[in-house]
Design a protein around this ligand. Structure first.
Ligand code: NAD
Ligand code: MG
Length: 391
């Protein structure tokens, strides 16, 4: 029996992971499950799956969780300490699927000797990638990427020695606005941006996919996961989301990872690694698809991708700042406070202001959260400027 904890169990990745757990009840046992505040849903999942611990991040939801679990024997907890306790609960695999830098501390806490971390929370690598990977190595934890592109890279890298890898290419769907003119982009709404053409995901990553910031965050994620520099990392737009990534070797061979766009495929890989489980995965039918297409990304219409690459190349605190500014900008866009083009504009302005602070690359989680905090306060200060431009 493989013991599994899911941090962010009520989200989109959480639901995909739980769907897989349900399909193989004899194979897995559930240790801890967490959510931000949806106590009724979390309690129902914990009861159904026989979890030993359920945790809500919002202390205000604790009472409701405790009541919903009454008589079940399942322990309830809340807040930061509760999330850390969930991360520390004995488990073989921890699915790290909290959104944003909010997942950093619990995901770091989950790094323990012999543990497998099925890592979906890319923001923790963007914000604190070096220290995260260093702690994983020091602890002897295995980090397996859930992100479909990185999961494909991980699998393709097995095809040859690391020093023979020439380039790594991540594909991007291009999002719902791939073909929009710059003028149209100015007026797109949150509702339109939330309609992703190929993937069904949480709101934050869906907006990131529309701006292409998601692919920028993924460049930084790939850099930390695989130790590959920006000069050897490419992005290719591929609207069908069938080819997730390509690894080119020095002999000219290119090994690609393909699957239908369904996050259960990479999650199943992480849950079973180094084995592979059989499940009723939707099968890839290339003949039915007929054609796959590819094009270069347009950095003029989608400047977020260029901003992220610049932050990766600048190093220091820049990726941490980029991530925090983007989280604030996406929230502001979803709340109708800034327009779609206000997202990269705000991120760029925050990065420019942060340059004068010459923030160092965080060496501890405390430093990462401090840089994150500074960037968020810059973003809040600058936000009204961009709100004015959006109206
Ligand atoms: P989601 O919004 O659907 O779910 C997020 C989960 O985290 C929920 O359980 C929520 O309750 C919890 N959460 C949110 N804020 C929290 C907070 N402040 N403290 C504690 N818990 C909190 O998001 P998602 O689409 O499942 O994405 C989760 C992560 O996986 C993100 O980092 C995303 O970039 C990454 N990811 C998602 C997909 C996808 O297909 N959805 C693909 C690749 C990577
Ligand atoms: Mg991805």
């Amino acid at each position: 029996m493989v013991k599994v904890t899911v941090l962010g169990a009520t989200g989109s990745i959480g639901a995909s992971a739980i769907d897989l757990l349900r399909r193989a009840p004899g194979r897995h046992r559930v240790a801890a499950l967490t959510a931000r505040r949806d106590a009724p849903r979390l309690a129902a999942l914990a009861r159904e799956l026989g979890a030993s611990l359920a945790v809500v991040a919002e202390p205000n939801s604790y009472r409701e969780l405790k009541d919903a679990l009454a008589g079940s024997g399942i322990e309830a907890a809340a807040g930061r300490e509760g999330l850390i306790a969930a991360a520390n609960a004995p488990a073989d695999v921890v699915v790290a699927a909290i959104t944003g830098v909010a997942g950093l501390e619990p995901t770091l806490a989950a790094l323990a000797p012999g543990r497998r971390i099925a890592l979906a929370n890319k923001e923790c690598l963007v914000s604190a990638g070096r220290l995260f990977m260093a702690k994983a190595a020091a602890q002897g934890a295995t980090v397996l990427p859930v992100d479909s592109e990185h999961n494909a890279v991980f699998q393709a890298l097995a095809a040859g020695p690391r020093e023979t890898v020439e380039r790594v290419t991540l594909t991007a769907s291009g999002g719902p606005f791939r073909t929009f003119t710059p003028d149209r982009l100015k007026y797109v709404t949150a509702q339109e941006a939330l309609r992703h053409p190929t993937w069904t995901m949480g709101a934050k990553i869906t907006i990131d996919s529309a701006t292409l910031m998601n692919k920028g965050l993924e460049l930084i994620e790939a850099h930390h996961l695989f130790g590959i520099g920006s000069d050897r990392l490419d992005v290719l737009v591929h609207p069908q989301s069938i080819v997730h990534a390509l690894v080119a070797f020095r002999d000219g061979a290119v090994v690609a990872g393909l699957s239908v766009p369904d996050m259960r495929v990479p999650i199943a890989f992480c849950l079973a690694w180094p084995d592979r489980i059989g499940w009723e995965a939707p099968r890839l039918d290339l003949a039915a698809l007929g054609a796959l297409s590819f094009e270069p990304p347009d950095l003029i219409r989608f400047p977020s991708l260029a901003l992220a690459r610049a932050a990766l190349e600048a190093g220091g605190g820049a990726p941490t700042v980029l991530n925090a500014a983007n989280e604030v900008a996406v929230e502001a866009f979803l709340a109708g406070r800034i327009g779609f083009l206000g997202i990269p504009a705000l991120v760029e302005a925050v990065l420019a202001r942060a340059v004068s602070e010459s923030l160092a690359e965080p060496a501890t989680v405390k430093e990462a959260l401090a840089v994150d905090h500074i960037a968020r306060s810059f973003a809040s200060d600058l936000l009204p400027e961009f709100a004015a431009k959006a109206s």
